[in-house]
Write a protein that binds this ligand. Structure first.
Ligand SMILES: Nc1ncnc2c1ncn2[C@@H]1O[C@H](COP(=O)(O)OP(=O)(O)OP(=O)(O)O)[C@@H](O)[C@H]1O
Ligand SMILES: [Mg+2]
Length: 779
């Protein structure tokens, strides 16, 4: 039994599923309408079946009712006939003809009336009523019999023939009674049959109703349930799939697709859902790739980046910052980043950040943050809020860049500025900038101090010229004008007159620069050279004294040679004077010869005088004097002076002097001292040597300068001490002072030239020096 039920259920479920599939071809609206129509029709059919049964019962009742009416009508006829017969019988017995006539008529009418009524009732009965066919003819017979018999009896009674009356009553009325009695029996019998039949029918209907009603109800319920289920399933199943799909979408599973069957609204919805999911999937993929790109950009931009919630807690860090800190994302999120900030900066930075979060204002701050290797680096940190359309902050975005190098550079700059400032103060050197096009001048504190202007006074060319010594003003203006026209570096030295009438020397050096637009700017230094000038003056005097002492020393050593040198012309002059006298003392004085001897005498004395004056010049203490000199002539003079000394040591002096050598502006005595020192050094170097001893003095004109060299074939420079020889007091000689070369170099440099030495490839050394054709004004 259970098995059967299960199989039945199975079949039912299958059929329901089939119906579901079939139903899903229709839209939900028509499907529901059809379902309801079907249920209503089923209920109507059940109701119709029940109504039909009731109709049958009612027909049966109507039939019973007809039969009852028939029975009543027939009985009434029979009863009134009996009453008629009995009354007539009684009247006949009483033999009261009057009464019989009087009463017999209405009685007969009553019987006839009942008979007519019975016939009329029978004619109104339903056609299908099973009726005895003899009833109506019997009633007709009674009716026709009664139509004539009473009058016959009345006639008989009136005639007083009561026997005939009795007879007639017995023969004619009584059979009628029998007839009606039979009729009553027949109808009664028929009524009984009909009643039995009716009872049977009613029972059958009862049974039918008993089965049909619940069956119809169950069937209707079953159909309604099946339809309901099918329709519900056809709606709920796809709905469930759609719900499942929606959940999948909510979970971000955009590849999810719902299965679509049928052609109803839900199938349409399913297709729309699938299309939407596909588009979402594509959109998500696009979004994902653009997010990936964005993430890549965020992770690779040369900055550290993060985002924070409106309450200030960090919720994202870019890869670069993670790499910088060497921490994981979890370590830094929220307020974890605070552990990375330098303890000295933490309170300041956090305070600034909290204030920004509270006010919603963007913030910019600097703080030291610990790097992965433990070093703290200065970062410039910026945080800006992102607001929605209602101006509420939805996010904070922050970036930072490493400004450690900048910080260091700033620190170094600050330090170098401080030290520059200090250096300027100590060295009394100010710096300035001058834009030629705008005429704008800026200067350092020290520069303003040198010019004795207030630090806040804006420097101008006029203010500067106001301080320049009147004698130097023209030159300074020229320098400024030519610099602004040529845009070339310049150097200038001039005097300033201070408000207290004291005089300052300033040395200005300026370097020309071009700014981005090609305009000329000068940057330079202005040095308070007053002290240096005084020191130079003192040095120059000390040097002059030293040089004089040096010359005296040298000359002391050269006394023999010099004496010999002077003695020669004097001896020659003596001989010539004697010769002259002899020529004049002759009897016939030879005037011509005497004049010639006198002329030679003059020449020799002049030479001796020149030597002496040259020597006295060397000893003379006096101010330096620059004049235009012929260096070749000077060389020749020096050769004259040192000729004896060289000869003493078998040294030959050779010259290679350039013709047309330009003159130079120089101090004669100083240059003589240089030549004397270099030539004596050469002679000293050759004193002990074997082989050819030769001192060669060469002069040549170079590019804008003269080049002089003194070459010997001596011992050469002291080994491993060649670089020492220009040092003061360095000497390898027993009686040497070690001052010769330093003084010589100082003299040459003060003339704007250079002095240096090279070892000869063969023997000896060569000293060379240059002299500019035009000597600097200050030298
Ligand atoms: N032509 C030269 N060849 C080799 N060495 C030289 C030459 N000239 C100079 N020197 C070296 O340079 C040294 C320094 O020379 P410098 O003229 O300054 O002093 P000095 O000659 O020693 O002493 P002073 O000049 O007082 O006589 C010399 O002692 C010598 O060693
Ligand atoms: Mg010397």
């Amino acid at each position: 039994m259970g098995l059967h039920t299960a199989t039945g259920l199975n079949r039912w479920v299958k059929s329901a599923k089939a119906k579901t599939l079939y139903a899903r071809r229709l839209n939900i609206g028509p499907r529901l309408v059809l379902g309801f129509v079907f249920i209503v029709l089923s209920m109507l059919a059940a109701d119709a079946a029940i109504l039909w049964q009731f109709h049958l019962v009612r027909t049966q009742a109507e039939r019973l009712n007809g039969i009852d009416q028939e029975l009543v009508a027939v009985q009434r006829v029979h009863t009134s006939l009996l009453a008629f017969h009995d009354r007539l019988e009684d009247l006949a017995d009483s033999q009261d003809a009057g009464r019989l006539v009087t009463e017999g008529g209405p009685l007969r009418t009553a019987v006839l009336e009942d008979t007519r009524r019975a016939m009329s009732a029978l004619s109104l009965l339903p056609f299908d009523l099973q009726r005895d066919p003899t009833i109506l003819p019997t009633l007709h017979a009674v009716q026709s019999a009664l139509s004539w018999q009473p009058e016959a009896i009345t006639t008989l009674a009136t005639s007083g023939d009561w026997r005939a009356v009795h007879l007639r009553l017995a023969n004619q009325v009584r059979p009628l009674e029998s007839l009606t009695s039979e009729l009553v029996e027949k109808v009664d019998h028929e009524a009984g049959e009909q009643q039995a039949q009716a009872v049977l029918n009613v029972r059958r209907v009862e049974r039918l109703v008993f089965w049909v009603v619940p069956l119809t109800a169950v069937l209707t319920l079953l159909i309604a349930t099946t339809l309901g289920l099918a329709i519900t399933r056809s709606i709920t199943q796809p709905l469930a799939r759609l719900v499942e799909g929606s959940k999948a979408l909510a979970r971000g599973e955009f590849q999810h697709q719902v299965s679509v069957t049928g052609r109803d609204e839900l199938a349409h919805l399913g297709q729309v859902f699938n299309d939407t999911a596909r588009r979402l999937h594509d959109l998500y993929a696009t979004l994902q790739s653009s997010e990936d790109r964005l993430r890549l950009v965020i992770d690779t931009i040369p900055a550290y980046a993060w985002s924070s919630r409106p309450d200030g807690s960090v919720d994202f860090i870019n890869q670069r910052f993670l790499e910088f800190t060497g921490r994981s994302m979890e370590d830094i999120l929220g307020r974890g980043w605070e552990s990375l900030v330098h303890p000295d900066d933490l309170a300041r930075y956090v305070g600034g950040w909290q204030a920004a979060v509270a006010t919603g204002e963007p913030m910019e701050n600097e703080a030291r943050v610990r790097r992965a290797d433990g070093d703290y680096r200065w970062l410039l940190i910026r945080n800006v809020p992102l607001r929605d359309e209602l101006d509420n902050i939805v996010k904070w975005y922050g970036t930072s860049v490493d400004i450690e190098e900048r910080h260091r550079a700033e620190e170094a700059l600050r330090r170098s500025e401080a030290s520059l400032h200090e250096a300027q103060r100590v060295s009394r050197t100010g710096s300035f900038g001058w834009s030629v096009s705008t005429g704008e001048i800026s200067w350092s504190e020290e520069a303003s101090r040198i010019f004795q202007y207030d630090r806040t006074t804006k420097p101008t060319v006029e203010l500067i010229l106001k301080r320049v010594h009147p004698e130097d003003a023209v030159h300074v203006k020229q320098t400024i004008e030519s610099a602004s026209v040529n845009g070339k570096d310049f150097e200038h030295e001039c005097r300033l007159v201070m408000p207290d009438n004291s005089v300052k020397y300033v040395h200005v050096v300026a370097h020309a620069l071009s700014d981005k637009s090609g305009r000329t700017e000068f940057v330079g230094a202005v040095m308070d050279a007053t002290e240096r000038k005084c020191a130079e003056e003192a040095l120059r005097e000390a040097q002059a004294n030293l040089a004089r002492v040096s010359r005296m020393t040298t000359m002391g050593e050269l006394t023999a040679s010099v004496a010999h040198e002077i003695k020669q012309p004097i001896s020659a002059a003596l001989i010539n004077a004697k010769t002259c006298l002899r020529w004049l003392g002759r009897d016939q004085p030879d005037v011509a010869e005497a004049r010639e001897a006198a002329a030679r005498n003059i020449k020799d004395v002049t030479r001796a005088s020149d030597i002496i004056s040259g020597i006295s010049l060397l000893f003379k203490k006096g101010a330096l004097r620059r004049e235009l000199l012929d260096v070749n002539e000077l060389i020749r003079e020096m050769i004259v002076l040192l000729h004896s000394e060289a000869s003493r040591y078998s040294i030959s002096i050779r010259t290679e002097l350039a013709e047309d050598l330009p003159k130079v502006m120089a101090d004669r005595v100083q240059l003589q001292q240089v030549f004397m020192n270099l030539m004596l050094n050469g002679i000293d170097a050759m004193k002990e040597t074997t082989g050819g001893r030769e001192l060669t003095i060469k002069s040549e004109a170079g590019d804008g300068q003269l080049l002089i060299s003194v070459r010997d074939t001596g011992v050469g420079l002291p080994p491993e001490q060649a670089d020492q020889i220009f040092r003061t007091f360095f000497t390898t000689k027993d009686k040497g002072t070690g001052m010769g070369l330093p003084i010589s170099r100082s003299i040459i440099e003060s003339h704007g030239g250079r002095l240096w030495v090279t070892d000869n490839s063969g023997r000896g050394a060569t000293f060379q020096f240059t002299l500019p054709r035009t000597v600097a004004a200050h030298a």
